[in-house]
Each structure stands twice: as structure tokens, then as C-alpha cells.
Design a protein around this ligand. Structure first.
Ligand SMILES: C[S@@+](CC[C@H](N)C(=O)[O-])C[C@H]1O[C@@H](n2cnc3c(N)ncnc32)[C@H](O)[C@@H]1O
Length: 305
């Protein structure tokens, strides 16, 4: 089955702009839905992996793992100077993905990356297109910022991450590609650098990075609030929006818990909203994901004056 623009318009109950529709159709996203028996077999395999403790938990001890992962990307990028090598290696590892709470198989190794780009097309256009500068926290190689730059060229792009290899990659890309609008800084969600001042009103983006803070996101949230009013855009695996009565979602939630992904953040933002210190503009699951997780939920909110 080809997932064209009308598939996503119906999945997200929205009308997409002409340019976004054309970009989606150009991807020719092809996949095959598993039948119900195959789905149950796969769920049982995944649940056994989770029960066996096969997955590492996020937390401060993971810094060296990230340095190692981004080190591989840095090496390959340094040799080739090809931006394809900035794509994290966890993309394309499996041919299994999830669409609308069903498993699908695709031979397209970029299937999940394309799904993420489709989400970003909608979200960037709706919430970030007027930004003069964007701060991506937990940016890794910076490929999301570079994608933003292809859509809305020339804006100031600031990538922050606790991994020093991330800053090396960004410096290297800045020089090689002559991108004077790209900068990288070190930043740790667990120990925010209070000397790092964000430019007034400039939006913040996180993509599958705040997930790594588990329940330990308060320091980052306090830091953000201390920086004054601005828009915050997250594309993160928030387990709270999933359906605890649906078998695929139940498995996603178990996986998120096994990995110690973010938990309780939505409640904290809702509490700020009650105190009129924040306004939530969007909290929407995307109904697309990878083999293990339906994790591309968007949350957009604003820190109020
Ligand atoms: C799954 S990767 C996502 C990277 C990037 N946002 C992307 O979409 O490719 C998670 C990122 O979070 C970063 N990270 C994990 N814990 C962090 C922390 N405590 N402070 C800052 N960044 C952190 C990792 O170094 C890594 O770059």
C-alpha cells in the first residue's frame, strides 16, 4: 500500500498545504500491513524481549554510549562529507514499523526517517516557520536542524547536546557546508548551564531527546522557564497519550517504561497551564512509529510572560 498525502490527512484529520502534500507523495512510501495473526506473533516476540530486559535504560550513565554512537557518524561524515552520514544509525535497523496502530513491513530503509520528516513538515510549517532562530536540545548530529534549513533556509540554528561529539559534528558541518547560521553548544538536561542565555522569544525544539531524561526533567523545565516567554515544540514518546486498552499501545508503553523514557512531563506542563504560566497549543499522537514504539507524539506549548 502506498501512503500518500490523503492517507496522512485522514490519519491526522487535517488538511495539509500543497507543498507538504507534494513532498509526501514524492516519498512513494510503500508498505504492507501484517495480518492479525502475524501481528500477535510479533507482539509476543517483542514482549519477550522486553521481559528479558534486553533494552538499556536512559540516564546519566548513558553519556559514553551516545559519544560512541555519534563518534561513528562523525567518522563516516569526516571521510565522506556526505550529510547522509548524519542520520542516526537507529533509523533503518528494522523493516517493521507501525502505522495507525498496526504493524507494517517496508523494504524502504528510509521509511521511518520519511515518517519523521512528514511529521516535521506539518509541525515546522505550523509552529516554527516564522522563527528567526531555533534551539534544538539533544540535537545529536543536527540532522533535524539541517532539514529545517532546507525548508526555511538561513535561520539561526543552534544545536545543543551533552555529547561533545555532537558539537564536533556540528562544527565540522558548519565549516564544510559553509553554514554560518549553524552553531553547537554543550548542554546537559540533568545539569543545565544557567549561563547559556537563549535569545528572546526564539523557539525550542526537542526530537526524541527529552525522552532520555526519564522523570528527571525538572531542571531542564526550570531552565526553560527561566529563559522567558517562547514556544516549545516536542516530538517525543509521551506514553500518557497512548491507549492502555490497545494491545500495540500497551506494548509501546512497556517499552517506554523499560527504557526509562520521559514520564510525568505532560502533567507538569498542564499544572503550569492551570497557573497561567503556560499554554498548550497541541498535544497529538502521530499514529506512526517504529518496530518497538509509537513514539512520535507532538506537544507544542508556550511559556507565558
Ligand atoms: C535518540 S537521540 C536523538 C537525537 C536527535 N534529536 C535526533 O532526532 O536525531 C537522543 C539525544 O539526546 C541526547 N541526550 C541524552 N541525554 C541527554 C542529556 N542529559 N542532556 C542533553 N542531551 C542528552 C543524546 O546525546 C542524543 O543526542
Amino acid at each position: 500500500m502506498i501512503l500518500d498525502h490523503s492517507f496522512f490527512e485522514s490519519l491526522w484529520s487535517t488538511n495539509l498545504e500543497f507543498d507538504i502534500k507534494s513532498r509526501i507523495d514524492a516519498y512513494s512510501l510503500d508498505c504492507k500491513f501484517l495480518n492479525s495473526e502475524q501481528e500477535d506473533d510479533l507482539l509476543s516476540i517483542i514482549n519477550k524481549e522486553i521481559d528479558a530486559g534486553s533494552f538499556s535504560r536512559s540516564g546519566p550513565h548513558r553519556i559514553s554510549a551516545w559519544e560512541g554512537g555519534w563518534g561513528e557518524n562523525l567518522f563516516e561524515y569526516s571521510v565522506t562529507r556526505n550529510q547522509e552520514f548524519l542520520i542516526p544509525k537507529y533509523f533503518g535497523k528494522s523493516s517493521v514499523h507501525r502505522i495507525n496502530r498496526h504493524f507494517v513491513i517496508s523494504n524502504d530503509r528510509e521509511f521511518e526517517l520519511k515518517l519523521l520528516r512528514i511529521i516535521q513538515l506539518r509541525v515546522f510549517s505550523k509552529y516554527l516557520r516564522d522563527a528567526g532562530a531555533i534551539y534544538e536540545f539533544g540535537c545529536g548530529t543536527g540532522h533535524n536542524l539541517l532539514y529545517f534549513n532546507t525548508l526555511y533556509p538561513g535561520r539561526r540554528l543552534i544545536g545543543l547536546d551533552w555529547s561533545q561529539t555532537s558539537q564536533k559534528i556540528i562544527e565540522s558541518v558548519r565549516t564544510d557546508q559553509d553554514l554560518k547560521n549553524l552553531e553547537g553548544f554543550r548542554f546537559d538536561f540533568f545539569n543545565p548551564d544557567l549561563n547559556l542565555k537563549l535569545s528572546p522569544k526564539s523557539p525550542v525544539l526537542t526530537v526524541a531527546s527529552l525522552e532520555q531524561s526519564g522523570q528527571n526533567f525538572e531542571a531542564f523545565l526550570d531552565y526553560l522557564i527561566s529563559q522567558g516567554s517562547r514556544r516549545i515544540v516536542h516530538i517525543e514518546p509521551f506514553h500518557e497519550v497512548l491507549d492502555s486498552n490497545h494491545k500495540l499501545d500497551v506494548q509501546s508503553i512497556s517499552y517506554m517504561k523499560a527504557r526509562n523514557y520521559i514520564s510525568g512531563y505532560i502533567a507538569s506542563i498542564k499544572a503550569l497551564e492551570v497557573k497561567k504560566r503556560a499554554r498548550i497549543l497541541e498535544l497529538a499522537r502521530s499514529f506512526v512509529g517504529s518496530k518497538y514504539i509509537d513514539g512520535y507524539t507532538t506537544m507544542v506549548w508556550e511559556i507565558l510572560e
